[in-house]
Design a protein around this ligand. Structure first.
Ligand SMILES: NC(=O)c1ccc[n+]([C@@H]2O[C@H](COP(=O)([O-])OP(=O)(O)OC[C@H]3O[C@@H](n4cnc5c(N)ncnc54)[C@H](O)[C@@H]3O)[C@@H](O)[C@H]2O)c1
Ligand SMILES: [Zn+2]
Ligand SMILES: [Zn+2]
Length: 390
């Protein structure tokens, strides 16, 4: 089959690789009909996530048709149409029973490696380095899906692929990011980043009752989408002296009730702080550029919540933890517990409360995955989200 493989920084190629097979009774094989490139894939493409090998198959947002099932999978049959969640979860462990699926303790065969870095290991993730399992990803013609009796959700006809594809990751991620803010009537929510996650988080914050959303980015078409599709007010962070001052002014001097970092480890910025993080990251003295996280902590009102869907990998410098403590902030984060949200969010799509497909700007054949990565990374051609069709 054909698959999108990682070969190094800024180097992905569509290669011919062996077809996946059923290895365990709880596996299924899915023929992929739609798959997307995620902001998280850019961290791999930009070389910031360690433990990838040349030839590793990328991709963790995918859906398709079941073409084979193991003996232990009783809820799916050949021909079923499914969306597959990006974390791999067994359904039976301590964490899965608490619906903390992205922390499943049975799905990362390389847990020892993750424990060295983080103390404990999260779940395995499709196509996301050996640190989280070394599983082949879904930017391919076929994928092997472990614990297929737990993860995939069956989709009846009547939905287009693009309406349901984002149940695999970005829609639940946005929803959990907003849910983590415990939004109350009258709340103002500030969201850094207007990529796919930011756009959907704006929608979810309103769905969960926010009175006002203020979205921050610098890319004009992303800010425009945040206003026109999301109904957010926007701040171009390159056009103001201080985002923090601006947010204070916009909230009667108090600060937003909740601040969401939908940017993560590769934030941009200007001035000395950005230069500091760029140099330290390049010299491998710091793993991440936590410019947005610092800003979110400092901007948030006393007693508010900082929600962090943005991905971080390692050790972050100059985090104002004194502000977290003295302002009595709550910090909520995590890889998304996607399995928990599949049914309720499919219901919201069915009811017409939201159609996540509005973020799709580019549809390309699988063979064009390398171009897709370039266009998405550099935000060329007003790109917000790329869907690949194998
Ligand atoms: N927690 C999860 O399970 C999960 C799931 C999916 C994605 N993510 C993470 O969410 C983040 C966003 O993903 P995406 O697909 O939207 O990515 P993206 O790269 O398309 O979007 C990031 C946006 O942040 C903007 N940005 C950069 N610096 C900024 C700053 N200083 N202030 C404000 N905006 C700034 C960029 O211009 C860009 O539009 C990534 O870190 C990704 O890894 C996490
Ligand atoms: Zn993702
Ligand atoms: Zn589990």
């Amino acid at each position: 089959m054909k698959a999108t493989c990682w070969f190094g920084k800024n180097d992905v190629r569509v290669e011919q690789v062996p077809d996946p097979e059923i290895l365990n009774p709880r596996d299924a094989i899915v023929r992929i009909t739609s798959t997307a490139i995620c902001g998280s894939d850019l961290h791999l493409y930009d070389g910031f996530i360690p433990t990838l090998d040349k030839g590793d198959i990328l991709g963790h947002e995918f859906m398709g048709e079941v073409v084979d099932v193991g003996k232990g999978v009783n809820n799916l049959k050949v021909g079923d149409r499914v969306v597959v969640p990006f974390p791999i979860a067994c359904g039976n462990c301590f964490f899965c029973k608490k619906e903390l699926y992205s922390l499943c303790e049975n799905s990362n065969p390389n847990a020892a490696m993750a424990e060295q870095l983080w103390g404990h290991s999260p779940a395995g993730i499709f196509g996301y380095s050996h640190l989280v399992g070394g599983y082949a990803g879904g930017q391919a013609e076929y994928a092997q899906v472990p614990f297929a009796d737990v993860g995939p959700i069956k989709i009846e006809n009547g939905f287009t692929d693009e309406q349901v594809l984002f149940l695999s990751d970005v829609f639940p991620t946005a929803y959990m990011a907003a849910e983590n803010c415990n939004i109350q009537p009258g709340d103002t929510v500030a969201i850094w980043g207007c990529g796919p996650i930011g756009q959907l988080t704006i929608k979810c914050a309103y769905l969960l009752g926010a009175e006002r959303v203020i979205a921050i980015d610098r890319v004009p078409e992303r800010l425009r989408m945040a206003r026109e599709q999301g109904g957010a007010d926007t701040i171009d962070y390159t056009a103001v002296d201080s985002v923090i001052d601006m947010l204070r002014e916009e909230t009667g001097g108090r600060g937003p009730d909740a601040c969401i970092d939908a940017v993560g480890m590769e934030a941009h910025g200007h001035g000395i702080q950005y230069a500091y993080d760029r140099v330290k990251q390049a010299a491998m003295l710091e793993t991440d550029r936590p410019i947005v996280l610092r800003e979110a902590i400092l901007a948030c009102r006393n007693g508010g919540t900082v929600s962090v869907p943005g991905v971080y990998g390692g050790f972050l410098d100059k985090i104002p933890f004194g502000a977290v403590m003295n302002k009595a902030l709550t910090i909520k984060t995590g890889q998304t517990h996607v399995q928990r949200y599949l049914r309720p969010l499919l219901e919201r799509i069915r009811n017409g409360e939201i159609d996540p497909s509005f973020i799709v700007t580019h549809r390309l054949p699988l063979d064009a995955a390398p171009e897709g990565y370039e266009i998405f990374k550099h935000k060329q051609d007003d790109c917000i989200k790329v869907v690949l069709k194998p």
